[in-house]
Write a protein of this length. Structure first.
Lengths: 304, 387, 260, 383
C-alpha cells in the first residue's frame, strides 16, 4: 500500500514535468501546425540559465533561499522566452509553407546545436551540474512512503501554472488571438490580428513553460545535465501526440499517461526495468494504432 | 598529410629532411589519440585528450628528447563504426607510429582487428572490458589500465570486509555497466554476499524513482552502482529524495570531481574503486596534476586522464629508445616490465595487459576523493552508512 | 429513354456528423444519359451527397444502387471501378505532376500495375504510355487544342480554367458512366464556364450515354445544360423537376434565392 | 557537335560532367590539412554554382541523359577505387558513403515517393546488420545473407504497418520515432544478440573471395576495402536502377498520387494502403541490405550505431539533397558521410558545426541542394 502510494507520487511528479513539456508542443502545433523539436533542449537550456542566475545571485551576495529562487525562476523563464521567440523567428517562421518534415528536422538539429553549445560553452557543461535545493526539504514518511514538502510545493506551482495558462488562453486578448490563429490563420488575419506577433508570443510563452519545467527538473533531481533534453523532448512530443496535438487537456492527459506507463513498466517488470522505455514506447505505438489522432483527438485539426 | 598517392610519402620525407637539415630541428613523430570527444562520454574523452596532450607538450619542452612529437586527435563518438573509421585513418597513416586508444569498451572491441591488420601498436587508456586484451592474441593491443575484473574483485573484498552482506545492484545497460554488474555479482556472491536485486537502467535515464522505490522495499545495506558519473549523480541524489539510506558504492566511472560537484554534501561517504595507483600518491602523479592545472584545460583529467598520460608517455619513451618505427616499437612494448609511470609500475603480460595494475579504493571525505587507507573512514573516525 | 431502368437509385440516403445531419433521407433517381442539376444553399448537403456516393464518407443509413449493384458500403476505389468519377469543389490535381501524369492517374484502372511488367517489360510499358498519351491528347483537344500540346508541362504552371479542364479530363479519361461535377464554375467567369460546359457536352456526345450530376451555383449554367434539377435544403430534398419548374417553386425561392 | 550522333553527344556531355567532379572528389578525399579541405570545398562550390547559374549544368545533364551519367559516374567511382587502391581509409570512407546512399534510396522510396515518414532508418539498418551477424557465420552464401537482411528488415517494418496506415503526418512520424528508440534500447538490454557489447562479424565472402584480405593484384598492394567499395558501388547501381525504373513506371505514378493527395487517389481507384505498404516494405528491404553489407565491412555491430541520431542523419541526407531528387541524394550522402570526417581537426566542435550547417541549408534552401525535378514517365515523348 505504502509502496503503491510512493509509485503514484513519483509518477505524478514525473507526469507533471512531461505535461509541461507537452503543453509547449501542443501550443506550437496549435498556432502553426509545426513541431518545434528543440523544445526539450530549450528545457535543459532553461535549467542551465537558472543555474547561471543562481551563481550570479550568490556572487551578488544574496543569501536567502526565496530571492535566490526568484532569480533562478526569472533568469530561466525570461531568457528562454526570448530564446523561444528567436527560435520561432529564425527556424520556424521562415520554413512556414515548407513540408512539415523540414521544420521537424530543422528544429531537431537546432536542438542538437543548442545541446552541444551547453556541453561546450557552459563551464563544466559536459558533466552533470549540481542544482541547489532552494525549497524547504521537510519530509514525512509512513512506512516506505516518503512525501517531501518541496515536491508538494512544485506540484502546487505546476498545477497553478497550468491553470494560469488555460485562464490566459480563455480570458485574455492574447489568449483569444492565439486561439483565433489556431482555429484559422486567414480569419485571424482578417480579424486584424498580427499573425507573426501572436506566433512569436506563443513561442515565448511555450518556451517559458519549458524553462519552468527545467527549473522544476533541477529542483526535483538537484542535478541538471546537458543531454537530458533530447529524450525529454521526444517524451513530451509523444505525450502531446498521445493526447491529440493542439489539444491542451490532451497534452496533460498524455503527460501523466506516459509517466504512468514508464512507472508501470518499471514496476510490472521487476529487475527488467531497463525495458520500461521499450514498454512505454511500445504502448505509444499501440495506442496510436487504436486512436490514430490521439486519445482526445485533435480540436484544432491537422489539415490533411 | 597522409600518403594518399604513391608519390606523396616520398615528397613528404624529402620535405621533412629539407626542413631538418639546415635548422637542425627534430624529426616530427606522430602519435594518435582516439577517444569520445562528442556525446555522453565526452567529458572523460576530453580529460584523456588533454592528459595525452599534456604528455606530448611536456616531452616537446624537454630538450633531451630526440624527436618532436605531434598528437593526432580523433573522435570515435563512442560508436563502433566511427571508431573503426578513425582507427583505420590512424593506422593507415604511416606517419603515425603508435596510438593511445579508446575509452569505450565496445569501440575498443571493434577496432582490435583494424589495428592488427594495419599493424599499429596501440595502448588502451580507458576501456575496461577484459576481452579487449584477452579475446585474441594480437601483439598490437596493450592496455595500461586494469580490467573490470581486477576492480570488482578488490571492491567485493573490501566491502565484505566492512561487514556488508546485502546489496542491490543498479547498472546502466551499456557494456561498462553490464560488465561491472557481472563481475561484481560474481565476486560478491563468491565471498558470501547476497544480491537482493539487479536493476538495469538506460544511460540517458533521468528518473530512477521507480527503481529506487523497489530497491528501498528490498532494504539493502549497500547500493552498488555500475555506471558513469552523470547517472551516478542522479541515483545518489534521488536515493536521498526517497529516503533510501543505504551505503552508496560506485565503480571507476564515478571517480571524478564532477561527481562531488554534482552532489555536494550528498557525496560524503561514497565509496568507489579505480584501477591504477592513486595519482596523487606517486611523485609522478603529483607532478601530473600540477602540470595539468598549469595548462588551464577547460575540463578536469577525470578518472582516466592519468592513464592516457601514462600511455602516451610510455609510447614516447619507447620511441625515444628504438626510434619512430612501428615494428621496433611493437617489439619494445612486448618487453615492458616494471616500467614505472604515474599510475604505478607497468608490466604487460603476453596479451599486452598491464598485470600489476593496482586497484585503489576511494571514499569521499569532506568533498574530496581520498584513498581509502588514509581516510577517517578506514581509521574508524567516521563510519560508512549502517556500520 | 424515360422508361429505361434508372442508372442510379438512392433510397433514404442519410449521413450524420456527430449531431449534425448533413444528409437526411435523400431519395434520388438518375436515368442513363441524364444531366441532373443539384442545387441548394451552402451547407445544404450537396457535396456531402457526392462524398457519400463516392464512398469517402460511409452512409449512416440508406441504399445506393448503381447499374443494379449496391454501392452503399463501397469504398471509393470500388465506386470508381463501378464507373463513377468526380471533380472536386477546390481543385485537387497533383500540382507538381504533369498534365499527362494527372490524366494517367485518372486512367489508373486501365494501366498495368504488375511488378514484372513495370520494371522489366519496358517496351510494353512504353507502348501503354504512348496509347495513354494519345487518348489524353484527344480528350484535351476537344476542350482546348493548345492544351493538348502542353501535355508534359506541370499542372502548377497552367491557368485556373485549364486546371478545371484537366480535372474534368482526368474524370473522363476512364470513360465513366456517371460523372459528378462539383461546382466547375468556381473561380471562373460566366462565359468561361459556359464554354467549359459546351465542350463537356461535345465530349459527352462521343461517349454515348454518360450521365452527369452537376452541383452549381451559376443558375445560367444549370438552366442551359440540365435536364432536371433537385433542390436540397438542410440535407433534405426540397423539390425536383425541370429548372423552370424548380425556379418558380415558392419554397425554393424562399429557401434558396431568399425571395418571398 | 550538333550534328554528332546522339550517343556520342550524351557520352561527351557525361564525360564533361564526370571529369571535373572526379578531380573534385580526388582533391577532397586526399586533402588532409584543414586549409586544403576548405580550399577544395570552396573551389567545388564555386564551380558548381557557376555551372548552375550559367545553365551549363542543366544543359549538360539533359544532353547526357540518365543512363550515360550513371555509367560515367560508375566509371568515376571505379577510377577512384583504382587511384586509392592502397589506402584503406579512403576506400572505407567511399564504401561507407555508397552504402549510406543505398540506405537513403530505400528511405527515398518511402518518404519522397509514397510520403510515408520513417525516422527509424538506423533501426532497420541495424536489423539488416544483426541478421548478417547471425547468418554470416553459417553456411548460407553471403549474397543470400545480405538479401535475408533486407527480408528481415522488411518483416520488422511490417510490425509498424497497421499503426502507420491508420495515422498521418506527425502521428505517423512519432510511431517511427518511438520504434527507433525502442529498437535501440531493446538491443542494448537484450543479451541474446550480444547486448551492449555488440557482436563480431565474419567478413564478406563471395565464391571463396574473401573481402577482408589485403592482396597483391598484378604486383600492387590492394587493400581489402577496395573489394567492399566495388561491392558497394554494384549495390548502388542495382538500387539506382530499381528505384528509377520504379519511379518512371505506373507504380511510381501511383506512389506519387498517394503522396500528393490520398483522397483524390482513392477516388481514382488507387489502393492507398497497398501502395504505402509496398513502398514502406521495399524501402526497409533496401535499408536492411545496406545495413548487412555495412556490418560485414566494419566487422562489428553494436546498438550504439543505431541510435535515433543516426536515423536523423539519414533523413537529413534526404532533405539536404532535395526530397525526391536522386542526384541530390547522391551528392548529399557523399557530403554528409565525408564532411564530419574532414571536420575531425576541430575535434569536439564537429557535431555542433554539422548541426548548424544542416539547419542553415534547411532554412536558406528549403528545397534542398537539387530540387525535385518534374516526373518524367517512361517512354513519354518528352523523356
Amino acid at each position: 500500500m505504502d509502496l503503491l502510494a510512493q509509485y503514484v507520487m513519483n509518477g505524478v511528479m514525473l507526469g507533471l514535468m512531461y505535461a509541461l513539456v507537452a503543453l509547449g508542443f501542443t501550443l506550437f502545433f496549435g498556432v502553426l501546425n509545426v513541431i518545434q523539436f528543440a523544445h526539450g533542449d530549450v528545457l535543459t537550456a532553461g535549467a542551465f540559465a537558472g543555474l547561471a542566475g543562481y551563481a550570479v545571485a550568490v556572487h551578488a551576495g544574496v543569501e536567502a533561499a526565496l530571492p535566490q529562487l526568484l532569480t533562478v525562476a526569472l533568469a530561466a523563464t525570461l531568457s528562454m522566452a526570448l530564446l523561444g521567440a528567436v527560435l520561432g523567428r529564425a527556424l520556424v517562421l521562415p520554413l512556414k509553407g515548407a513540408p512539415a518534415l523540414n521544420v521537424l528536422l530543422a528544429t531537431l538539429m537546432g536542438g542538437t546545436a543548442l545541446r552541444e553549445c551547453i556541453r561546450l560553452f557552459y563551464p563544466g557543461g559536459s558533466q552533470p551540474q549540481r542544482f541547489p535545493a532552494l525549497l524547504p526539504s521537510a519530509s514525512w514518511s509512513l512506512g516506505r512512503f516518503t512525501v517531501r514538502l518541496d515536491n508538494l510545493l512544485m506540484l502546487a506551482t505546476g498545477v497553478g501554472l497550468i491553470l494560469g495558462l488555460s485562464l490566459v488562453l480563455q480570458r485574455t486578448r492574447l489568449g483569444l488571438a492565439i486561439r483565433a490563429v489556431a482555429q484559422d490563420e486567414e480569419t485571424a488575419r482578417t480579424m486584424g490580428i498580427d499573425f507573426r506577433r501572436v506566433v512569436l508570443l506563443t513561442f515565448a510563452v511555450g518556451s517559458a513553460l519549458a524553462a519552468f519545467a527545467g527549473v522544476m527538473n533541477g529542483l526535483y533531481y538537484n542535478e541538471v545535465n546537458f543531454g537530458s533534453g533530447l529524450l525529454l523532448g521526444v517524451i513530451g512530443f509523444s505525450a502531446a501526440v498521445l493526447g491529440g496535438l493542439g489539444n491542451l487537456s490532451g497534452a496533460l492527459l498524455g503527460g501523466f499517461l506516459f509517466a504512468g506507463l514508464q512507472t508501470l513498466g518499471a514496476v510490472a517488470m521487476p529487475f527488467a526495468s531497463a525495458y520500461k522505455d521499450v514498454f512505454a514506447f511500445g504502448m505509444v505505438i499501440l495506442l496510436l494504432a487504436w486512436r490514430p489522432t490521439g486519445l482526445i483527438g485533435e480540436r484544432l485539426g491537422e489539415r490533411v | 598529410m597522409n600518403p594518399r598517392v604513391v608519390a606523396l610519402p616520398l615528397r613528404l620525407t624529402l620535405l621533412v629532411l629539407l626542413l631538418a637539415l639546415p635548422a637542425g630541428a627534430k624529426e616530427v613523430v606522430k602519435l594518435a589519440f582516439i577517444g569520445p570527444l562528442t556525446g555522453g562520454n565526452s567529458a572523460i574523452g576530453l580529460g584523456g585528450r588533454n592528459s595525452a596532450d599534456l604528455a606530448v607538450k611536456l616531452r616537446n619542452a624537454d630538450p633531451a628528447a630526440r624527436y618532436q612529437y605531434e598528437l593526432v586527435v580523433l573522435d570515435d563518438e563512442c560508436k563502433p563504426d566511427t571508431g573503426v573509421q578513425v582507427a583505420t585513418k590512424a593506422a593507415a597513416d604511416r606517419s603515425i607510429i603508435a596510438g593511445v586508444t579508446h575509452y569505450c569498451s565496445v569501440v575498443a572491441m571493434a577496432t582490435v582487428d583494424t589495428f592488427h591488420r594495419l599493424a599499429l601498436p596501440t595502448v588502451v587508456w580507458g576501456a575496461v572490458l577484459p576481452d579487449i586484451t584477452y579475446s585474441h592474441s594480437y601483439k598490437e593491443i596493450h592496455r595500461v589500465n586494469g580490467t573490470m575484473v581486477n576492480q570488482n574483485e578488490t571492491a567485493a573484498r573490501l566491502m565484505l570486509k566492512q561487514g556488508y552482506r546485502r546489496w542491490v545492484v543498479i547498472h546502466d545497460t551499456t557494456d561498462y555497466g553490464k560488465g561491472h554488474n557481472k563481475y561484481f555479482t560474481q565476486f560478491v556472491t563468491a565471498g558470501g554476499g547476497q544480491i537482493l536485486g539487479t536493476f538495469g537502467v538506460t544511460a540517458d535515464q533521468q528518473d530512477f524513482t521507480a527503481e529506487l522505490t523497489q530497491a528501498k522495499a528490498l532494504n539493502p545495506e549497500v547500493i552498488f552502482f555500475g555506471g558513469l558519473t552523470p547517472i551516478g549523480v542522479r541515483i545518489r541524489a534521488q536515493m536521498d529524495k526517497l529516503g533510501v539510506n543505504a551505503q552508496f558504492q560506485g565503480t571507476s566511472g564515478i571517480v571524478s570531481d564532477d561527481f562531488i560537484k554534482g552532489l555536494g554534501p550528498l557525496a560524503e561517504g561514497v565509496v568507489a574503486f579505480r584501477e591504477g595507483a592513486p595519482a596523487e600518491k606517486l611523485p609522478g602523479g603529483k607532478f601530473f596534476l600540477e602540470k595539468y592545472a598549469e595548462q588551464k584545460y577547460s575540463n578536469p583529467p577525470e578518472a582516466y586522464g592519468p592513464f592516457a598520460f601514462a600511455a602516451a608517455s610510455l609510447l614516447m619513451d619507447t620511441i625515444e629508445k628504438v626510434g619512430p618505427d612501428r615494428k621496433k616499437v611493437l617489439a619494445a612494448l612486448g618487453e615492458v616490465k616494471g616500467k614505472d609511470s604515474i599510475v604505478g609500475a607497468i608490466t604487460f603480460d603476453d596479451h599486452g595487459q598491464n598485470t600489476v595494475a593496482a586497484i585503489t579504493a576511494y571514499v569521499v571525505q569532506d568533498g574530496k576523493w581520498l584513498v581509502w587507507e588514509d581516510s577517517e573512514y578506514a581509521a574508524g573516525k567516521r563510519r560508512l552508512k549502517g556500520r | 429513354m424515360s422508361d429505361a431502368a434508372p442508372l442510379l437509385v438512392c433510397r433514404d440516403l442519410t449521413r450524420h456528423f456527430g449531431g449534425v445531419v448533413a444528409l437526411a433521407g435523400l431519395d434520388l433517381e438518375l436515368r442513363p444519359g441524364e444531366i441532373l442539376g443539384l442545387i441548394g444553399p451552402n451547407g445544404s448537403g450537396k457535396t456531402t451527397f457526392f462524398n457519400v456516393l463516392t464512398g469517402l464518407y460511409p452512409a449512416t443509413r440508406g441504399e445506393i444502387l448503381f447499374a443494379g449493384g449496391s454501392l452503399a458500403r463501397a469504398r471509393p476505389q470500388e465506386v470508381y471501378r463501378a464507373g463513377i468519377t468526380r471533380t472536386f469543389q477546390r481543385s485537387r490535381l497533383c500540382l507538381e505532376l504533369s498534365i499527362f501524369d494527372n490524366l494517367a492517374i485518372g486512367a489508373h484502372q486501365r494501366l498495368e500495375h504488375g511488378l514484372w511488367s513495370n520494371l522489366v517489360r519496358r517496351r510494353a510499358l512504353a507502348r501503354q504510355a504512348d496509347a495513354t498519351a494519345a487518348a489524353a491528347r484527344e480528350l484535351l483537344h476537344v476542350f482546348d487544342p493548345p492544351l493538348a500540346a502542353r501535355l508534359f508541362e506541370p499542372v502548377a504552371g497552367i491557368p485556373m480554367i485549364d486546371r478545371r479542364r484537366v480535372e474534368i479530363c482526368r474524370a473522363l479519361i476512364s470513360r465513366p458512366r456517371l460523372l459528378l461535377l462539383d461546382e466547375p464554375s468556381a473561380g471562373m467567369t460566366a462565359d468561361e464556364t459556359t464554354r467549359l460546359m459546351d465542350d463537356l457536352l461535345e465530349v459527352r456526345r462521343s461517349f454515348g450515354d454518360l450521365s452527369i450530376v452537376l452541383i452549381e451555383h451559376e443558375m445560367s449554367v444549370i438552366a442551359r445544360v440540365t435536364d432536371r434539377c433537385v433542390v436540397l435544403n438542410y440535407g433534405r430534398k426540397l423539390c425536383e423537376g425541370s429548372y423552370a419548374e424548380v425556379s418558380s417553386n415558392s419554397d425554393v425561392r424562399q429557401a434558396y434565392l431568399g425571395l418571398t | 557537335m550538333s550534328d554528332a550522333p546522339a550517343w556520342l553527344r550524351s557520352a561527351l556531355a557525361a564525360l564533361t560532367l564526370a571529369a571535373p567532379s572526379g578531380l573534385l572528389l580526388y582533391g577532397f578525399l586526399s586533402a588532409e590539412l584543414e586549409g586544403r579541405v576548405g580550399l577544395v570545398l570552396a573551389a567545388g562550390a564555386l564551380a558548381v554554382a557557376g555551372a548552375w547559374r550559367t545553365g551549363w549544368l542543366g544543359r549538360l545533364v539533359r544532353m547526357a541523359g540518365e543512363r550515360a551519367l550513371v555509367t560515367a559516374f560508375t566509371l568515376l567511382a571505379g577510377g577512384l577505387v583504382a587511384v586509392f587502391h592502397d589506402d584503406p581509409f579512403v576506400l572505407l570512407l567511399m564504401a561507407r558513403a555508397f552504402i549510406v546512399l543505398v540506405a537513403c534510396l530505400g528511405l527515398h522510396v518511402q518518404l519522397a515517393d509514397a510520403g510515408v515518414p520513417n525516422f527509424a532508418g538506423a533501426a532497420f539498418f541495424g536489423v539488416g546488420g544483426y541478421t548478417a551477424a547471425m547468418l554470416g557465420r553459417g553456411a548460407l552464401p553471403h549474397p543470400l545473407v545480405l538479401l535475408a537482411g533486407g527480408a528481415v528488415a522488411a518483416a520488422a517494418g511490417s510490425l509498424l504497418l497497421l499503426p502507420l496506415l491508420r495515422t498521418r503526418g506527425h502521428y505517423a512520424a512519432l510511431i517511427t520515432i518511438a520504434f527507433g528508440l525502442l529498437f535501440r534500447t531493446f538491443f542494448e538490454v537484450n543479451e541474446s544478440l550480444g547486448g551492449p557489447q555488440g557482436l563480431k562479424l565474419a567478413g564478406l565472402e563471395i565464391l571463396g573471395f574473401r573481402f577482408n584480405d589485403d592482396r597483391r593484384v598484378l604486383g600492387v598492394e590492394v587493400s581489402g576495402y577496395a573489394g567492399y567499395c566495388l561491392a558497394a558501388v554494384a549495390m548502388v547501381l542495382l538500387a539506382l536502377v530499381l528505384v528509377r525504373r520504379l519511379e518512371r513506371s505506373w507504380l511510381g505514378l501511383a506512389l506519387d498520387a498517394v503522396r500528393l493527395d490520398e483522397t483524390a487517389a482513392a477516388c481514382f481507384g488507387i489502393e492507398v494502403a497497398r501502395w504505402k505498404i509496398a513502398a514502406f516494405t521495399l524501402g526497409n528491404a533496401l535499408i536492411g541490405v545496406a545495413g548487412g553489407l555495412s556490418a560485414m565491412m566494419v566487422g562489428f555491430i553494436a546498438p550504439n550505431n543505431f541510435s535515433f541520431q543516426e536515423s536523423l542523419v539519414l533523413v537529413s541526407i534526404l532533405l539536404l539533397g532535395g526530397l525526391g531528387n536522386v542526384a541530390g541524394l547522391a551528392v548529399a550522402s557523399l557530403i554528409v558521410v565525408w564532411l564530419p570526417e574532414k571536420l575531425q581537426p576541430i575535434q569536439e566542435f564537429r557535431y555542433l558545426l554539422f548541426a548548424a550547417l544542416v539547419v542553415m541549408v534547411l532554412v536558406l534552401r528549403p528545397t534542398g541542394l537539387v530540387p525535385r525535378a518534374l516526373r518524367r514517365p517512361f517512354g513519354s515523348p518528352a523523356a
